[in-house]
Design a protein around this ligand. Structure first.
Ligand code: ZN
Ligand code: ZN
Ligand code: ZN
Length: 1015
C-alpha cells in the first residue's frame, strides 16, 4: 500500500545521476584516464606550493615480476599517507622507485641467454638485464596506478638509471675515502649454487638434515703436562660436528678456558678428554661403556697442546675460546678458520691460515701439504654435500668415528635459490663498523664529552632520535646494528654497480684518489655502469697515479694494476637512495636538505619546522633497507636518513598461513582490481591493522565489496536528497537549524576530529571502522530514515526541509573529503555529483580535509551529551514500547503512534529545546510534551486511552506510547489533527496541502472554498 499514484507523484523523492551500480572494473580506468588528462599529480604539486612539506621516501620494490598483495598493501598504505597528508595541508610529493640490479634478474637473463652469454661482451649482457628490469618497472607502474596510487609515475627513480648508478659509486667512494672500506679474507655466507657471497639479509633459516658425528682426535703432546695422572697413557679428545666436509680444513680444537674438563678412562685403557658437564651425554652418544674419571682440570691447561688430524698428516692445535658452550657437543670444538666466523677470529689469534680449499662451486680440493699419497682422497673435487658421507666413511675406516646419527636442525639457506649455504673464506670488500668516524677534514668525530665514536656506535645513537612505529622497531634495529659483523659489500656477479677501483697487483690495495674517483663518477653519469668495461675507464689510470701509488706501496717497484671486477651488494644500491633521490632529485632536495641540516641550522631562521621524513615498509626491513640506509647515511652524513619509520606486518590467509602457489591461497591484487575494482583492494588495505599480520582471502575481499555497496548506497541517498539544493541560496544558518540537524552536525564534527587524528597516527583501520559505522548506523539506519518524512513530503523549499538539506550537504561535503584518501575513485565520482559551489577544485584530491569548526562552529561535546539522553535514554525506551504495541497488533508502523511525555525541571528544558525534533527522533506521528509541575500527570496506564504502553521512566521523565489520534493523511501517512479534501484527493493534511500548493498543484477553487469552510 502506498499513496495513490497521482499523489505519490507529488512527493519530492531523491534524484541523482550518481549510479547505484558502481561498475568499478569498467569505470576506474576511465577515471584514471581523466586524472592523466588533468595532469592531477602536477596539479597537486602546484596546489602544494608554499605549504609545509611532508616527505614519504619510497622504498623500491624489486622489479622482477608482477605485483603481489604485499606490494599492493605497501603502496596502498603509502598512498593513504600521501593523500591524507596532502589533504591535511602539506605538500607531500611522492616519487616511487624501483630496485633493479642484482642476482634474481641476472639469473633470469642468464637462463634466457644460455650459452650465448659466454660470447657476449659484458655491456651487452647488462643491456639485456636493463631491458628485463625495465619490463617489470613498466608493468608494476601500470599495476600500482591501477589501484589508484598517486605519484610521479612518469619518472620514478630507478637504481639502474645512469644518474643513480653514478650516485651509488659516489657513495662507495665516500666510504672509501673516509677509510671505512677494506679488502680482506673472511668467511662469508656463500651460496655454492649461485656462486656468490650473501649478505646477512639474504640468508633465511630452514630445516636441513645433517650428519651428526663424534670424532676422535688423538693427543700427540705429552699427556702428563695436562695432568700427572695421564702420564704414559693414550689420550684423545672427542669433537662433535654436523659438517664433516669442514674436517679437511680442521686446524685446531677449541676449549673453554674456564670450564671443567675430565679425562675418562674406558675399558681399553684409553682416556678421553671432554667437558665435565657433557661427560654423561658424550659417554652415551659414543657408547664408551663404563668409564672412570682419571683427572679433572680447567680448559686453560689445554692451550697449545697438540692433536693428530684424524686422516690428514697435520698437527692440530689446542686453542682457547669463550664461545665454546656446555649445552651441546663435547666441549671440544673442531675449528676450521676458513669455514666459520668464530673459527676465523680464533684462527687469527693463533696465526692459523684461513685460506679456503673449497672453491666457489663448493668443491673441496685437497691440501697438498698434508696429503702425501699419489692417490688423492676420495672427497677431492667433490662438492661439500657429496663429500660428507665419504668423509664419514673415511673416519669409520680409520677408527676415528665414535658415534654418528642424522640431525634435523635449523640451517642457513640462500633466500634466492633456497639451497643450503656454507661459510667460506674469500677475498671480499668490507665496510668496517667499528672504525672511528672521521669528520670533515682531518679531525675525528667526537661526542659532546670529546670521546671518539665509531660508525656502529653513532648508528645506534641515531636510532634513538627516530620515531619507530611500532616502538619495538627501535630495539630490533639497535640489536641488529650492535651485533652485526662488518658489512660485506662485494658480490662476484656483473648486474650491479662495479666496485670501480684499480687494485695494485703487488699489495692488493686500491688507488684512493679523489680526483680519479670524481672522473669515474662523471663517466658513470654519462654512460652508466657499462663505462667501467670500456677503454675510457682504463685511460683514467695515468702513469702519474701509478707513480703516486708506488711511493706508498709497501711492495716496492710496482707498476701493474687490475680493474676490480666485483660489484656492490644491492642493499648498498637501495641503501643510498636518500643520497641518489632525496638529496639529488630537484623535486625533493630542498626539503630533504632542510631536514638533514635541522640541528645545525636553526640560528635565526624563522622557525619553519623541518619536514618529517618517513620510511614505511615491511617489518623485515630492519635488517634490510632501514638498516642499510641508516649505515650509509650515518657514515656519509653523520645522521639517520629518516625521522619516522613505520613497519607493516605480513599478509596471510584466513588461517594465518603464508600465501603460496602450492596452497593456492594467494590473493592477486590485479585480479581483484579487474574483477571487483581497485577500490576494493584499497578498502581491504584500510580494513586491516597493518602493524599486525593481516588476513586476506577471496572471502574477505567479497566482504569489502559488500561493504562498498552499502557505503555507495549511503552516498547515493545523500546526493539524491540534495537535488534542488543550491548552497549559496538555500543554506540555513547553523543557529536556526532544527535541533536534530544540529545534533547530526555535531556528530559529524566529532567524527571528523577523530578521523583527522587517526590519519595523523596512520590508524587507517579506525577510519575505516568509524566511517562504516557512521554511514550504516548513524546515517542509513537512523538519520536518513527519519528524514524521509521531511524530505519527501514537506514543501520543497520549506525551512525545515532546507535545514535537513543543509546538514545532508555538509555531511556529504565532509565525508567525501574524509574518505578520499581511501576511496580514491568513488570520492572523486561523488565530488562531481555534489551541488555546484563556486571556486571548487576540479577533483576532491585537490581539496583539503574539512576543518572541524567549519562543519559545526561549537564544541560538540555538550550537545552530544544532551543527545545521549535523548537518543539512548528516551529513544531506546520508546522503540521498545513501539515494538511491544506492534507485537500486540495495536499498531503497524511507528507513524501510527503518538508519544506523550511528562517531565519537569532540567529534563523538561532539554525536551523543550529539542521539541521540534522529537517527532523525527522517535519517528512517530506526534509527540506531546507536558510540564509535570503544572499539568496533571496520569498516575496509571488506566488513565490513558486503551492500547497505550508506558515507557520505563528515566528520572522524573514519564511517558506513554499510544495509538495515534487524528486522521491518517493520504499523502504523508502521518496521523494529523486535521485532514481535508484537497482537489481530487481526500484526506490530505494541512502540511501536505501547503506542500502541494508550493509545487503548483492548486485545488479547483470550489473545492478549496469548501475545504476552508469546513475548517
Ligand atoms: Zn643461492
Ligand atoms: Zn701496491
Ligand atoms: Zn500529510
Amino acid at each position: 500500500m502506498s499513496p495513490a499514484p497521482e499523489l505519490k507523484a507529488t512527493l519530492t523523492l531523491p534524484q541523482t545521476a550518481f549510479a547505484m551500480k558502481a561498475n568499478l572494473p569498467q569505470n576506474e580506468p576511465l577515471r584514471l584516464a581523466r586524472w592523466a588528462r588533468l595532469n592531477l599529480y602536477e596539479e597537486l604539486r602546484k596546489a602544494g606550493r608554499g605549504r609545509p612539506i611532508y616527505l614519504l621516501h619510497d622504498g623500491p620494490p624489486y622489479a622482477n615480476g608482477p605485483i603481489h598483495l604485499g606490494h599492493a598493501l605497501n603502496k596502498g598504505l603509502k598512498d593513504f599517507v600521501v593523500k591524507s597528508k596532502t589533504m591535511a595541508g602539506f605538500d607531500a610529493p611522492y616519487v616511487p622507485g624501483y630496485d633493479c640490479h642484482g642476482l634474481p634478474i641476472e639469473i633470469k637473463v642468464d637462463e634466457k641467454l644460455g650459452h650465448k652469454k659466454l660470447s657476449m661482451p659484458v655491456p651487452a649482457v647488462l643491456e639485456a638485464c636493463r631491458a628485463y628490469a625495465q619490463k617489470y618497472v613498466d608493468l608494476q607502474t601500470e599495476q600500482f596506478e591501477r589501484i589508484g596510487c598517486f605519484g610521479r609515475w612518469q619518472t620514478p627513480y630507478k637504481t639502474m638509471a645512469r644518474d643513480y648508478e653514478a650516485h651509488i659509486l659516489e657513495a662507495f667512494y665516500g666510504f672509501l675515502e673516509k677509510g671505512f672500506v677494506y679488502r680482506g679474507l673472511k668467511p662469508v655466507y656463500w651460496c655454492i649454487h649461485d656462486r656468490t657471497a650473501l649478505a646477512e639479509a639474504e640468508v633465511e633459516y630452514a630445516n636441513h638434515t645433517s650428519p651428526s658425528i663424534y670424532v676422535r682426535y688423538r693427543l700427540t703432546s705429552d699427556p702428563a703436562a695436562i695432568a700427572p695422572a695421564l702420564a704414559g697413557r693414550q689420550v684423545s679428545t672427542i669433537i662433535w660436528t654436523t659438517t664433516p666436509w669442514t674436517l679437511p680444513a680442521s686446524l685446531a680444537v677449541a676449549f673453554h678456558p674456564d670450564f671443567d674438563y675430565v679425562a675418562l678412562e674406558v675399558e681399553s685403557g684409553e682416556a678421553f678428554i671432554v667437558a665435565a658437564a657433557l661427560a654423561a651425554q658424550v659417554t652415551a652418544a659414543c657408547k664408551l661403556g663404563p668409564t672412570k674419571e682419571l683427572a679433572r682440570f680447567k680448559g686453560s691447561v689445554l692451550d697449545r697442546v697438540a692433536f693428530q688430524h684424524p686422516f690428514l698428516e697435520r698437527s692440530i692445535l689446542g686453542v682457547l675460546a669463550t664461545y665454546v658452550t656446555a649445552d651441546t657437543g663435547t666441549g671440544a670444538v673442531h675449528t676450521a678458520p676458513s669455514h666459520g666466523a668464530d673459527d676465523f677470529y680464533t684462527g687469527q689469534r693463533y696465526g692459523l691460515d684461513p685460506t679456503s680449499r673449497v672453491d666457489a662451486g663448493g668443491h673441496i680440493h685437497v691440501d697438498p701439504d698434508s696429503w702425501h699419497s699419489a692417490q688423492p682422497p676420495a672427497y677431492d673435487g667433490l662438492n661439500v654435500w657429496k663429500a660428507n658421507p665419504i668423509i664419514v666413511a673415511m673416519l669409520e675406516e680409520r677408527g676415528a668415528l665414535l658415534g654418528g646419527s642424522q640431525l634435523e636442525h635449523s640451517y642457513p639457506h640462500c633466500w634466492r635459490c633456497h639451497h643450503p649455504i656454507i661459510f667460506r673464506a674469500t677475498e671480499q670488500w668490507f665496510i668496517e663498523l667499528d672504525k672511528i668516524m672521521p669528520s670533515t677534514g682531518l679531525s675525528l668525530r667526537t661526542r659532546p664529552d670529546k670521546s671518539l665514536v665509531t660508525l656502529r656506535e653513532l648508528a645506534i645513537e641515531e636510532t634513538k632520535k627516530v620515531k619507530w612505529d611500532p616502538s619495538w622497531g627501535e630495539e630490533r634495529i639497535k640489536n641488529m646494528i650492535a651485533t652485526r659483523p662488518d658489512w660485506c659489500i662485494s658480490r662476484q656477479r656483473i648486474w650491479g654497480v662495479p666496485i670501480a677501483v684499480f687494485v695494485c697487483e703487488k699489495c692488493g690495495q686500491p688507488i684512493v684518489n679523489h680526483d680519479l674517483n670524481e672522473r669515474i663518477v662523471k663517466l658513470f653519469k654519462r654512460d652508466g655502469i657499462e663505462a667501467w668495461y670500456t677503454n675510457a675507464a682504463d685511460a683514467l689510470l695515468t702513469d702519474e697515479l701509478k707513480m703516486e701509488h708506488s711511493l706508498e706501496c709497501n711492495v716496492l717497484g710496482n707498476t701493474s694494476f687490475r680493474k676490480e671486477t666485483d660489484i656492490l651488494d644491492v642493499w648498498f644500491d637501495s641503501g643510498v637512495s636518500w643520497l641518489a633521490v632525496c638529496e639529488s632529485d630537484p623535486d625533493l632536495s630542498p626539503a630533504y636538505k632542510a631536514f638533514q641540516n635541522q640541528d645545525g641550522n636553526d640560528d635565526g631562521q624563522k622557525g619553519a619546522k623541518p619536514p618529517e621524513v618517513l620510511y614505511l615498509e615491511g617489518g623485515d626491513q630492519h635488517r634490510g633497507w632501514f638498516h642499510s640506509s641508516l649505515l650509509t647515511s650515518v657514515a656519509l652524513r653523520g645522521r639517520a636518513p629518516y625521522s619516522h619509520v613505520a613497519t607493516a606486518g605480513w599478509t596471510l590467509d584466513e588461517q594465518g598461513r603464508a600465501m603460496s602457489e602450492s596452497l593456492g591461497n594467494g590473493v592477486d591484487p590485479v585480479d581483484i582490481a579487474n574483477r571487483m575494482g581497485g577500490e576494493i583492494v584499497r578498502l581491504w588495505v584500510a580494513s586491516v591493522d597493518f602493524r599486525e599480520d593481516m588476513a586476506a582471502s577471496e572471502n574477505l575481499m567479497q566482504r569489502c565489496a559488500e561493504l562498498y555497496k552499502k557505503l555507495r548506497n549511503t552516498f547515493r541517498f545523500l546526493l539524491g536528497n540534495l537535488h534542488g539544493f543550491v548552497p549559496a541560496r538555500d543554506r540555513v544558518p547553523e543557529a536556526v537549524l532544527l535541533p536534530l540537524d544540529r545534533y547530526m552536525l555535531a556528530r559529524t564534527r566529532d567524527l571528523a576530529e577523530k578521523i583527522l587524528g587517526w590519519y595523523e597516527a596512520f590508524e587507517f583501520h579506525r577510519v575505516y571502522q568509524a566511517v562504516n559505522e557512521f554511514a550504516i548506523v548513524d546515517l542509513s539506519a537512523f538519520y536518513l530514515d527519519v528524514l524521509k518524512d521531511r524530505m519527501y513530503t514537506f514543501a520543497p523549499t520549506s525551512q525545515a526541509r532546507r535545514s535537513a538539506q543543509t546538514v545532508l550537504w555538509q555531511i556529504t561535503e565532509a565525508l567525501v573529503r574524509l574518505v578520499a584518501p581511501i576511496l580514491t575513485f568513488t570520492a572523486d565520482e561523488i565530488w562531481e555529483h555534489l551541488p555546484a559551489v563556486e571556486g571548487r577544485p576540479i577533483s576532491v584530491h585537490l581539496a583539503l580535509f574539512p576543518k572541524p569548526e567549519e562543519i559545526f562552529s561549537e564544541d560538540p561535546a555538550p550537545l552530544l551529551e544532551e543527545w545521549k539522553f535523548l537518543f539512548f535514554g528516551l529513544r531506546v525506551r520508546v522503540l521498545s514500547c513501539l515494538e511491544d504495541l506492534r507485537q500486540k497488533k495495536v499498531i503497524g508502523k511507528a507513524s501510527e503512534a503518538d508519544v506523550m511525555l511528562y517531565a519537569e525541571g532540567a529534563t523538561f528544558e532539554i525536551l523543550c529545546r529539542n521539541q521540534e525534533s522529537l517527532k523525527d527522533l522517535l519517528n512517530v506521528s506526534n509527540v506531546y510534551l507536558h510540564n509535570s509541575k503544572s499539568e496533571p500527570v496520569p498516575k496509571t496506564l488506566s488513565e490513558m486511552p486503551s492500547g497505550a504502553c508506558e515507557i520505563t521512566s528515566i528520572g522524573d521523565l514519564k511517558g506513554y506510547v499510544l495509538p495515534a489520534s487524528g486522521h491518517k493523511c493520504a499523502r504523508c501517512w502521518n496521523f494529523m489533527p486535521q485532514v481535508s479534501n484537497y482537489g481530487i484527493w481526500e484526506n490530505v493534511c494541512t502540511r501536505c496541502q501547503s506542500a502541494l500548493r508550493e509545487i503548483g498543484i492548486e485545488p479547483p477553487r470550489s473545492v478549496a472554498a469548501q475545504a476552508e469552510a469546513k475548517q
